[in-house]
Ligand binder design. Structure first.
Ligand SMILES: [Zn+2]
Length: 69
């Protein structure tokens, strides 16, 4: 019997945000600048974190702009 544990997924976490001037092109919601964190997990164990900044829509959650820091 072979037990293969091969499950990699990524989770995006928004850590904090504040309103910023701008508007969403899809739903015309307000734009927020947020500190994002991408967590890569292997078998539900986080092993890689990446932090980045992005401007996101407060209504539909789409990413309007992202920065690599
Ligand atoms: Zn939107």
């Amino acid at each position: 019997m072979v037990c293969v544990c091969f499950l990699v997924d990524q989770k995006r976490v928004m850590r904090r945000s504040k309103p910023v001037a701008g508007m969403c092109s899809r739903c015309h919601g307000g734009a927020w600048v947020a500190d994002m964190q991408t967590v890569t997990r292997f078998c539900y164990i986080p092993f890689y974190y990446k932090s980045w900044k992005a401007v996101v829509c407060s209504l539909c959650g789409s990413i309007l702009k992202s920065y690599n820091t």
